[in-house]
Design a protein around this ligand. Structure first.
Ligand SMILES: C=CC1=C(C)c2cc3[nH]c(cc4nc(cc5[nH]c(cc1n2)c(C)c5CCC(=O)O)C(CCC(=O)O)=C4C)c(C)c3C=C
Ligand SMILES: [Fe+2]
Ligand SMILES: [Fe+2]
Length: 342
C-alpha cells in the first residue's frame, strides 16, 4: 500500500500533542568492520553527501571504498567507543532526555525523541513513534549549527521521504541553521572560558569545523560563511583579537579540494613555527564523536606535538552542558511559536 493505514478513530484518540525530533548524522551500530560497512554504504550512498554521477560513484563506492575503508574506520571507532556505545548516539540520547526534562520544568508538554539520519534510530521510525504518541505537530531540529546541503538538507530529505508514506500527516516544521544563535554562541564561549579558568590560556585557539568539498561551496552551499560567522561571534564573545584564533576545516574525504585551511597542516605549521600551546574547539559539533575524539583529540594532537608544539588541549563539545541545553530550549521555543505546546 502506498500510504499506510491509520489506526481506526475508535482505537486512538485524535492526536493533539506537539513533538520535537532532534536529528544528528548517524553512526555504526558497533565498531566492527561489517557494521561500519553498512553505515558507510548508506551514508556515502546518499547523493547529498557525494554528488558525483551515480554511474561513476557507485562502482567506486562498492568496488573500492567499502572494501578498504570500513576496517580502518572500525579500528578508529574502537578507540572512542564507550559502554553506552557510540559517543555521538549516547550524547544525542542524553541531549533529548535533558531537553525533555527542561521543557517539562517550563510546563511545556512536548514529546522529545532523537534520531539519526543514517543508521539507528532512523528518522522515519522516530517520526512514527511521535505520531503514535499522539503528536499532531512535529518540529524536526537537525543538530547542525551551520546549514549544509550535505547534512541539514539530508535530514529534511528523510522527513520528506517519510511524509510520502503517511496517510494522515502531522503538521511539520523543519528547523535550519542556528550558527548565530546567541545562546549557542554563549554556551560555546562559556565552555572555552571554563577550560581557561582551570588550565590557563593557550597561545592560539584553533576552531576546527567539519570540512566540505570546495565545489559544494562554489555551488552555493552557505556552510563556510556560517562557520566563519560562528567563529567571529565566538571570538568576539571571548574578547579575542585576530591572530589569537584561527578557523580551519577537518575530515577531508577523497582527493578533491575541500574548504581550506585544513586543520592538520595548520597545526603542523603552528608547531613548526614554535607555537607553544594550542587549544582546539570544534564549534560545529554539538556532540563529541569520532571526528572530535579520534581525529582531533588523538590524531591532531600527535600532529601538533610531533611538529614541535609543546601543549595541546582539546576542549570538549557542548554535549550535556546546561547552557547548551538551555540554548536548545530557547531554539525549540522559538520554532514552536504559534503551536499549542501545553
Ligand atoms: C564526502 C564525504 C563527507 C561529507 C561531504 C561530509 C560532511 C559532513 N559531515 C559532518 C559531520 C560528521 N561526519 C562524521 C563522520 C564522517 N564523515 C564522512 C564523510 C563526509 N562528511 C565520513 C566518511 C565519516 C565516517 C567516519 C570515517 O569513516 O571517517 C561524523 C561522526 C560520526 C560518528 O559516528 O561519530 C560527524 C558528526 C558535517 C557537519 C558535514 C558537513 C558540513
Ligand atoms: Fe562527515
Ligand atoms: Fe574523520
Amino acid at each position: 500500500m502506498r500510504y499506510r493505514p491509520e489506526p481506526a478513530p475508535a482505537d486512538a484518540p485524535a492526536p493533539s500533542g506537539t513533538g520535537v525530533l532532534l536529528c544528528n548524522l548517524g553512526t555504526p551500530e558497533a565498531p566492527t568492520t561489517p557494521a561500519v560497512r553498512r553505515y558507510l554504504a548508506q551514508f556515502l550512498g546518499d547523493p547529498r553527501i557525494v554528488e558525483a554521477p551515480r554511474a561513476l560513484w557507485l562502482p567506486v563506492l562498492h568496488g573500492w571504498v567499502l572494501r578498504t575503508r570500513p576496517a580502518r574506520s572500525a579500528a578508529k571507532y574502537r578507540t572512542v567507543w564507550t559502554e553506552q556505545g557510540s559517543p555521538l548516539l549516547a550524547w544525542s540520547k542524553k541531549q533529548a532526555s535533558l531537553l525533555r526534562g527542561y521543557l517539562h520544568e517550563a510546563d511545556l508538554r512536548v514529546a522529545v525523541r532523537h534520531a539519526m539520519c543514517y543508521g539507528q534510530p532512523a528518522i522515519a521510525q522516530e517520526l512514527d513513534a511521535l505520531k503514535a504518541q499522539g503528536c499532531a505537530r512535529i518540529l524536526v531540529l537537525p543538530l547542525y549549527p551551520q546549514y549544509s546541503a550535505t547534512t541539514t538538507a539530508s535530514v529534511h530529505d528523510a522527513v520528506f521521504a517519510w511524509g510520502r508514506t503517511v496517510r494522515s500527516l502531522p503538521e511539520l516544521r523543519l528547523a535550519g541553521a542556528f550558527h548565530a544563535h546567541a545562546g549557542y554562541v554563549a554556551a560555546l564561549a562559556g565552555r572555552i572560558r571554563q577550560h581557561w579558568q582551570a588550565h590557563g590560556r593557550p597561545d592560539v585557539l584553533l576552531l576546527s569545523f567539519h570540512g566540505l568539498p570546495q565545489r559544494m561551496a562554489d555551488l552555493g552551499d552557505p556552510y563556510p560563511q556560517q562557520c566563519h560567522e560562528t567563529a567571529r561571534l565566538l571570538a568576539q564573545a571571548l574578547g579575542l583579537r585576530e591572530g589569537q584564533y584561527v578557523t580551519t576545516f577537518q575530515s577531508r574525504f577523497g582527493r578533491a579540494k575541500w574548504l581550506q585551511p585544513y586543520t592538520a597542516p595548520t597545526l603542523a605549521r603552528l608547531g613548526q613555527a614554535g607555537t607553544g600551546r594550542v587549544d582546539v574547539a570544534c564549534p560545529g559539533f554539538v556532540s563529541d564523536c569520532l571526528e572530535t575524539l579520534e581525529e582531533i583529540a588523538e590524531d591532531a594532537r600527535d600532529t601538533f606535538l610531533h611538529a614541535g608544539g609543546r601543549e595541546f588541549h582539546y576542549i570538549p563539545a557542548l554535549n550535556d552542558d546546561p547552557d547548551w541545553i538551555r540554548a536548545l530550549v530557547s531554539l525549540v521555543q522559538q520554532h514552536l511559536q504559534g503551536w499549542p505546546a501545553a
